[in-house]
Design a protein around this ligand. Structure first.
Ligand SMILES: [Zn+2]
Length: 237
């Protein structure tokens, strides 16, 4: 589904594109595709089982899957990153925060395969990014924003796109379509660190927020950040 010019959501169970809506919203994450002309960038990979369907959607919508060059990974949970090894086999460059890369390389409990009664397939990330780093993918400038808490490697990716500042927020916030934080069962879930990340995010300017599950916010996304911050401050101390 097209969200902005040349920006699509191509996977996700909560929005009914991939995975199982019966199993629940966290069966498969939202996968976004950004067509920058010379190449296509994906945000997150999905759970691997959905990779063929993601490619079908892209082809139906006129996106040339052979142009996919890069996948930016928000965190190592199975529903976001299990597809990474398949993408790498297809020649796609994997980019992730150093902590996320470490979890994915080990494929350990931080990847939460147990939640799906599956084993995460370890994969070596090609480009490892630090906490807050500006980097380029082709002609696109990407700002990574380290937002630990849901996991210790959680990273948002901020871009300027067609006059709007677009944040791919992963599971840090708004994962069920309203102001709320992500699932709190991860072994590296850390409340106090999470509160600091929500405070940090509340100071960052962006126009559109595209989360790891459910619907995005095209108007006043910061209100959702502030709602989550308020709830965290009220309930986590
Ligand atoms: Zn997650």
């Amino acid at each position: 589904m097209q969200l902005l010019p040349d920006l699509y959501v191509v996977g996700g169970s909560l929005i009914g594109l991939t995975g199982s809506q019966v199993k629940g919203p966290f069966d498969d994450c939202n996968v976004y595709a950004l067509d920058i002309g010379s190449e296509i960038i994906l945000i997150d990979t999905g759970n691997g089982d959905s990779w063929p369907t993601i490619q079908e959607h892209m082809q139906q919508w006129g996106l040339d899957t052979r142009k996919i060059s890069t996948a930016l990974i928000t965190h190592p949970h199975y529903d976001h990153a299990q597809g990474a090894h398949l993408l790498q086999e297809a020649g796609i460059t994997l980019v992730a925060h150093t902590y996320t890369a470490d979890a994915m390389e080990k494929g350990d409990e931080r990847c939460c395969g147990y939640l799906y009664h599956r084993v995460f397939t370890p994969v070596s990330v090609d480009q490892v990014r630090k906490d807050d780093e500006q980097f380029t993918v082709g002609a696109l400038t990407v700002q990574s924003i380290h937002l630990p808490g849901h996991t210790l490697g959680c990273t948002g990716f901020l871009i300027s796109w067609r006059g709007k500042k677009v944040l791919f927020s992963g599971d840090v916030i708004g994962t069920l379509g309203y102001g709320h934080f992500g699932w709190n069962g991860s072994i590296d879930f850390t409340k106090q660190v999470y509160i600091k990340s929500l405070l940090k995010l509340s100071t960052i300017d962006f126009d559109v927020m595209l989360p790891g599950h459910g619907l995005g916010s095209f108007t006043n996304p910061r209100e959702r950040v502030e709602e989550s911050l308020n709830e965290a401050l009220m309930t986590w101390r």
